[in-house]
Design a protein around this ligand. Structure first.
Ligand SMILES: [Fe+2]
Length: 212
């Protein structure tokens, strides 16, 4: 009797990159200054994502962040098996979230990847929470395959349709731009400061997949 081979494919995975950047203290101090200055002078800094791109600033801290985002992008492309040249631009904006601020579930249309770098995050406050499932300052990502948890049982990979992260300063995250995510309310009196960005591909014809 000959043995049979079982192929179990890992179809339609969702890639989510988390990377703690080394030596982030000095750049974060400068990025926080930039955020504070822009917050004083620019109207709708957090909600106007079309203007005020910190990645266009030629300063040591913004150059450091740009280089790290580019490096993570290279690591992402390598991880998903893309072995041809890809060119992109980074469109970013600064978020300054005060007590009560949140960002309801959304994705980022017309972009390839999206991400956030964390500059300042209030320390977790547990004592004044009324419920255990309240997760201030977390970011939650949702399974893009709606309903895949409906009949999941304990231990299978589809049981949890959410993935929550409590960010900390120095954390850089990157994910497919279509992935829905929710930024939980800031319940602290301290501000949360982050830099979000979209990776937009500069089109090349060789991005098109070959047709079978
Ligand atoms: Fe977002």
């Amino acid at each position: 009797m000959t043995g049979s081979t079982v192929n179990i494919l890992d179809l339609w995975p969702t890639k989510l990159v988390k990377k703690m950047l080394p030596d982030y203290n000095d750049p974060n101090r400068e990025l926080l200054k930039l955020a504070r200055n822009w917050d004083k002078t620019k109207k709708d800094l957090t909600t106007d994502y079309k203007h005020n791109n910190p990645f266009e600033i030629d300063e040591p801290a913004t150059n450091w962040l740009r280089e790290n985002v580019n490096q993570v992008m290279i690591e992402y492309l390598r991880a998903i098996g893309i072995d041809f040249s890809v060119d992109w631009q980074i469109h970013g904006w600064i978020n300054v979230n005060r007590s009560g601020d949140y960002h309801d579930p959304h994705n980022h249309p017309h972009c390839y990847l999206s991400g956030t770098y964390y500059v300042k995050v209030p320390l977790p406050v547990k004592s004044n929470l009324s419920r255990r499932d309240v997760r201030p300052n977390h970011i939650t990502f949702y399974d893009p395959r709606t309903g895949f948890n409906m009949q999941s049982i304990s231990g299978d990979p589809y049981i949890d349709p959410e993935h929550s992260v409590m960010p900390e300063p120095g954390l850089l995250m990157l994910w497919p731009a279509g992935l829905m995510h929710f930024v939980h309310p800031n319940l602290s009196n301290e501000t949360r400061v982050s830099i979000s960005f979209n990776i937009i591909l500069k089109w090349e014809d060789h991005y098109l997949p070959s047709q079978n």
